[in-house]
Design a protein around this ligand. Structure first.
Ligand SMILES: Cc1ncc(COP(=O)(O)O)c(C=O)c1O
Length: 462
């Protein structure tokens, strides 16, 4: 076989294996079997001294690792808010991997730069953000928070006459940072990486759904960044943007919104009101690898005014071409990177507005059904299930933990645990295009079975 034949047959082999894997996810247990995880020990061997046949390498990968994966791409994985990848995005990802474009500069990779332009415009439109919003395609919401907050840091200090990229933070005017007490840890990590500190923030108390309490917002003055949240990772709650954003703006603060998954509520007419008012903010972080259901790693840092984002992320060097149009690398921390816009484009091209709205709406309907089914069985739903998150207590903390372990071991579905405002709970996150009504009913049945097994009946309250 010549080199092209070898490549062709390897890709065919990969496609055959990948589709068999995805087909099997519908029926296999969601968590990997403990024996499969044990067999991973076979990976741990010395660096091979000689080359191997690539098809044998692929076969080994499939044989050893496929059975040891968590079925996150399947229809009944409800742990974390992460979703599965739409088939069109998996296929587009394969094609884009073959292109192997280093998508830093437009002059060099015009095709993927053009896809990013369109994908960015479509995302901004689908989320109802201000037309012309600038953005960078990053690895995920953690880096999207970092990127957008770097723009916020630039703008807050520029207004005080300080060029933070040139001079750093030593001797700079202080920036006050305000966060909700339930801000996602990725926001705190981003603040730490930016030299803004995770412990010096002003933490504003929240209500029982994790929403920032407007009556507890302190008086703001001087360079200030206010970090709000669209979609609490436990409850799905949204900060009251319509009240908070204007107040922050009156004080001259920059408002950033972490909307890793919650921002997508705006794409579904029936849910958009939950997130209303956030369009007036200055920056937003979101994930495409969550509710848009594209493969990892895919997040978006979105900033109303592109200038502070470019000031924070731009890079120049004599060997890098300078264009007059948008250069992707001017908007992201990375220089070399894969063409993340490809799958975002493919998802939106395939779903259209109505398909996206239906995906979001369906997940929310499924979360509601879980909550109703478990409440009817006598268990305590701890959150208002307005979005795609359910928080359930099966009784005493130890009992709830046991039920979660039993559900995971049963394999019909997979949910994780959390402690929400002192209550031990199971999290149910519905986020995948692949989940059907039947998957929800099967999973509900498995949850009731696990909760009922070995117990005389449900006990209430954690
Ligand atoms: C509200 C929120 N922000 C940020 C993140 C971090 O996202 P990523 O894991 O894509 O970096 C998450 C992840 O679940 C989240 O729920």
């Amino acid at each position: 076989m010549d080199r092209d034949d070898v490549t062709g047959s390897l890709l065919q082999d990969a496609a055959t294996r990948a589709s068999a894997y995805l087909r099997e996810l519908r029926t296999r247990p969601v968590a990997p079997a403990p024996e499969a995880v044990k067999r991973l020990a076979a990976l741990d061997r010395a660096l091979p001294a000689e080359p191997s046949d690539p098809s044998a390498v692929l076969a080994e990968l499939d044989a050893l690792v496929s059975p040891a994966t968590m079925a996150m791409a399947g229809p009944r994985f409800f742990g974390f808010v992460i979703g599965g990848a739409l088939p069109v995005t998996v296929a587009a990802n394969v094609l884009a991997t073959a292109w192997d474009q280093n998508s830093a500069r437009r002059d060099v990779t015009p095709g993927t730069a053009a896809l990013e332009d369109v994908a960015l415009r479509w995302v901004v439109e689908a989320l109802g953000l201000p037309p012309g919003t600038a953005g960078g395609f990053v690895t995920g919401a953690t880096v999207a928070n970092l990127t957008a907050l770097a723009a916020a840091r630039h703008a807050a200090l520029a207004r005080a006459g300080w060029d933070v990229e040139a001079r750093g933070l030593f001797g700079a005017p202080e920036i006050a940072v305000v966060v909700g007490a339930e801000a996602h840890p990725s926001v705190m990590k981003a603040l730490a990486m930016l030299g803004l500190g995770r412990d010096r923030v002003v933490s504003v108390p929240v209500d029982g759904q994790g929403r920032m309490r407007p009556d507890a917002l302190p008086r703001l003055s001087g360079p200030t960044i206010v970090c709000l949240q669209a979609g609490n990772v436990n409850t799905g709650g949204f900060d009251p943007f319509a009240e908070l954003v204007p107040r922050a703006h009156e004080a001259g603060a920059w408002v950033h919104v972490d909307g890793a998954f919650g921002l997508w509520a705006r794409a579904a007419p029936g849910r958009a009101a939950l997130a209303s008012g956030l369009e007036a903010a200055d920056s937003w972080a979101t994930d495409a690898h969550k509710w848009l259901n594209v493969p990892y790693d895919s997040g978006l840092a979105l900033v109303r005014d592109g200038a502070p984002l470019r000031a924070a992320m731009g890079m120049t060097a004599a060997y890098l071409p300078v264009g007059t149009e948008r250069d992707p690398a001017d908007y992201t921390p990375e220089l070399s990177r894969r063409a993340r816009g490809v799958e975002v484009w493919a998802a939106l091209r395939a779903l259209g507005r109505t398909g996206l709205a239906e995906l979001i709406e369906r997940s929310c309907r499924h979360a509601r059904r879980f909550a109703e089914g478990l409440a009817a069985a006598g268990y305590t739903v701890l959150n208002e299930v307005a979005l795609n998150q359910g928080l359930v207590s099966f009784g005493e903390p130890e009992r709830t933990r046991r039920v979660i372990a039993a559900i995971q071991a049963d394999g019909t579905c997979w949910c994780g645990g959390t402690v929400w405002q002192g209550h031990t709970a199971m999290r149910i996150s519905v986020c995948s295009w692949a989940t059907t009504d039947e998957d929800v009913e099967r999973s509900l049945e498995a949850m009731r079975r696990a909760a009922g097994a070995g117990e005389r009946g449900p006990t209430r309250g954690a």
